[in-house]
Design a protein around this ligand. Structure first.
Ligand SMILES: *[C@@H]1O[C@H](CO)[C@@H](O)[C@H](O)[C@H]1NC(C)=O
Length: 321
C-alpha cells in the first residue's frame, strides 16, 4: 500500500518536473532569441548610420534606410578664396567637406581652370570682401539659380557637416526668404561671415534685385553689409540654436567653448539671441552645422574624426564596432 502510494506520487511528479524544466528552457531560449534580435537590429542601425555618415547615399537608398520620402534639399556651396589660398585652404575644403555639396564653386580674383576657380573682376583684400560677395552672388544668380534650393557661403577656413545642414534646411521652404547662420544682434542683426550663411533661392532673388535697384545701404564689413542689405528688404536672420539652446553654427573656435567654466567670447555673451549663452558641454549641439577658424590640417582631422573613427565596444565577450 505504501509502495504503491510512493510510485503513484512519483508518476505524478516526474512528468510535472519534465514539463517545468522544458518550459523554463523554452522561455530562456525565447528570451535569448528576442534579445539577440534586438541587439542585431541596433547594430544594423548603427552600421547604416555609419554608411550615412560616410556620405555613401547610394548605399543608403539600396538598403532602404531612408524610407521616409523626404525631399532632399540641394545645396550649392560657394567659397570666396584667393589665388594664394587655392593650394592650401581651398584645397583642404575641396578634399574634405566640399565634396558633399551638390555644387561647389570657388571664387577668386583670378580664374584658375585647373582647380577650378571662377575669376571675378575684384581686387583682393579685406576691404573689398563685399565686392567679392556681390560679384559671386550675381554670378550664381545668372548661372545656377535653378541648380540648387539653398546657397551656402562658407570661408576657406570653415568646416561644414553638409548632412546636418541639409537636414536642418529640409524643414524649411526654399521659396520663402530664409537667411540662416550664426546671428548676432549688433548692426541691426546679421549672420556672421565666418560661420557661413545660407540663402534660400527666394533670398538670392531678393538680394540680386536689391543690388540692381541700388537698395542696399553702403559701407561696413562683408557680413554686416549682407545683413543690412537683406534687412532693408525685410529679410531677417533667426536663431539657429537647437531645441536645448545649443550652438549649431560656430563663428569662434569651438574647442574653448567646450571648456567648462571658461568665460564665453564677448560676442557670444553680449550679442547672442536668445540669451543666455554658457560655455561647457552644453554649449554645443549634437548636430552641429558649421565650424569656423579651422586650419587646413584640422579639416583633414575633422574629416577623419567625424566620418571614419569608430569606437570598439566589448559586450558579453564579443567586440562590436
Ligand atoms: C560685453 O559686455 C561687457 C560688459 O558690458 C563689456 O565689458 C565687453 O567689452 C563686451 N564685449 C564685447 C565684445 O562687446
Amino acid at each position: 500500500m505504501v509502495r504503491h502510494g510512493t510510485r503513484s506520487l512519483r508518476s505524478i511528479i516526474f512528468p510535472f518536473a519534465c514539463i517545468l524544466v522544458f518550459g523554463m528552457v523554452t522561455m530562456f531560449l525565447l528570451e535569448y532569441y528576442i534579445y539577440m534580435q534586438f541587439w542585431h537590429k541596433r547594430l544594423e542601425i548603427a552600421n547604416k548610420r555609419g554608411q550615412y555618415n560616410a556620405g555613401t547615399e547610394k548605399h543608403l537608398n539600396q538598403n532602404g534606410f531612408n524610407r521616409m520620402e523626404i525631399k532632399r534639399s540641394r545645396i550649392l556651396c560657394w567659397i570666396p578664396t584667393s589665388p594664394t589660398s587655392l593650394t592650401k585652404r581651398a584645397k583642404s575644403v575641396k578634399d574634405t567637406w566640399g565634396k558633399r555639396c551638390d555644387m561647389l564653386l570657388f571664387f577668386s580674383s583670378k580664374a584658375d581652370s585647373r582647380f577650378p576657380a571662377i575669376g571675378l573682376n575684384v581686387r583682393e583684400g579685406r576691404n573689398t570682401l563685399f565686392d567679392k560677395t556681390r560679384a559671386s552672388l550675381r554670378y550664381i544668380y545668372q548661372h545656377h539659380l535653378h541648380d540648387a534650393d539653398w546657397f551656402l557661403k562658407a570661408d576657406d577656413d570653415t568646416y561644414v557637416i553638409v548632412e546636418n545642414l541639409r537636414n536642418f534646411l529640409t524643414k524649411l521652404n526654399p521659396s520663402d526668404p530664409h537667411y540662416i547662420g550664426r546671428m548676432f544682434t549688433t548692426h541691426g542683426g546679421y549672420n556672421t561671415g565666418g560661420a557661413g550663411y545660407v540663402f534660400s533661392r527666394e533670398t538670392l532673388r531678393i538680394f540680386k534685385k536689391a543690388l540692381d535697384e541700388g537698395g542696399c545701404p553702403r559701407g561696413g564689413g562683408e557680413d554686416t553689409f549682407v545683413g543690412k542689405c537683406l534687412k532693408s528688404q525685410g529679410v531677417r536672420p533667426v536663431s539657429t540654436r537647437d531645441s536645448s539652446g545649443r550652438e549649431t553654427f560656430f563663428q569662434f573656435r569651438t574647442a574653448p567653448q567646450l571648456i567648462p567654466g571658461r568665460p564665453p567670447h564677448g560676442f557670444l555673451s553680449n550679442y547672442s539671441f536668445p540669451l543666455p549663452y554658457k560655455n561647457g558641454p552644453e554649449c554645443c549641439s549634437d548636430y552641429p552645422n558649421t565650424f569656423h577658424k579651422v586650419t587646413p590640417a584640422m579639416m583633414y582631422l575633422l574629416e577623419y574624426l567625424i566620418y571614419r573613427v569608430k569606437v570598439k565596444t566589448i559586450y558579453k565577450g564579443t567586440i562590436y564596432n
